[in-house]
Design a protein around this ligand. Structure first.
Ligand SMILES: C[S@@+](CC[C@H](N)C(=O)[O-])C[C@H]1O[C@@H](n2cnc3c(N)ncnc32)[C@H](O)[C@@H]1O
Length: 270
């Protein structure tokens, strides 16, 4: 089994995505897409950004490596009556079922950054996007104290076994020099790439401890960290660190959760 696929099928990202819907819709609105644009959403999960885009009347194909999330996305599309939205299984490192230059827009929000071969991912995104089209990536930023998920993954990694040789951290997609180098290798000149910091909010009527419980129960990387910490007798320590992180970043004043996390928004004109 492909370990990248196994990691994301291990949990159930729909539980976390439920806390990301408002920002997903706001991000889509800011893209200014109008029909008849054809959009590819890579690492789409169950459609945090794909659903609001299809609701604008735009044709959307979501691609994700996790079969359970494809099924959840197709169920959402059917329930909402969105016939112009389909979800398919695929790997952002090798989009072999997708024709060259077949989409006006390729969007990937905290999706393709998790695929293990970043140079292949950049090449594939450029290949499937039409000249004159656009790629937009949302990527967490390493070592940014306000980039909540990167902080959560950093803490989790200190309790997890070392990654296999050759592993490239997904967080490198949040670093300007890597972004420019990867798209450069894919044939995109520097002046066609822009990067700006943006924010995405995790919101819930429940307190931050609940958010951490959801990550613990459903988010593959965090599940693995708890499994490893369990073996070392360090579960309580890991849990305390993650709860402290969530509490420190929470801005809600009503007993709920509102964590506004910084990410790198990358726009590439193809
Ligand atoms: C953090 S989730 C984000 C999901 C969705 N974009 C959202 O915002 O709700 C990361 C997603 O990337 C998917 N993913 C990871 N590696 C992938 C790959 N190589 N190809 C396609 N999807 C991948 C995971 O299955 C998961 O759905």
């Amino acid at each position: 089994m492909n370990p990248n696929k196994a990691l994301w099928e291990k949990g159930d990202f729909t539980a976390i995505a439920a806390m990301m819907r408002e920002s997903g819709a706001a991000l889509v609105k800011s893209l200014g897409l109008t029909p008849p644009a054809r959009v590819r959403d890579l690492g789409c999960g169950d459609g945090t950004t794909a659903v609001p885009r299809a609701q604008l009347g735009v044709d959307v194909v979501g691609i994700d490596i996790a079969q359970n999330l494809i099924a959840a996305g197709n169920a959402r599309a059917a329930q909402l009556g969105l016939r112009q939205l389909t979800f398919q299984e695929g790997d952002a490192c090798n989009l072999h079922t997708v024709d060259n230059r077949s989409f006006d827009f390729t969007l990937t929000v905290f999706g393709a950054m998790f695929a293990p071969k970043p140079h292949d991912v950049a090449k594939e995104m450029v290949r499937v996007t039409k000249p004159g089209g656009r790629i937009v990536m949302g990527n967490w930023i390493p070592n940014d104290p306000t980039s909540f998920v990167s902080q959560l993954l950093k803490i989790s990694s200190t309790y997890s076994p070392p990654p296999p040789e050759g592993f490239v951290s997904p967080m490198t997609w949040g670093v300007e020099s890597h972004i420019v180098e990867r798209f450069g290798q894919a044939g995109v000149p520097r002046e066609k790439i822009s990067m700006v910091k943006d924010t995405f909010t995790f919101s819930s009527p429940k307190p931050p401890t609940h958010l951490i419980d959801v990550f613990r129960q459903f988010y593959g990387p965090t599940m693995n960290a708890y499994d490893a910490a369990q073996k070392n007798g360090k579960v309580d320590e890991l849990h305390r660190q993650l709860v402290d992180l969530a509490n420190a970043q929470n801005k809600a004043t009503n007993g709920g959760t509102a964590i506004t996390a910084t990410f790198m928004r990358v726009t590439v004109d193809v």
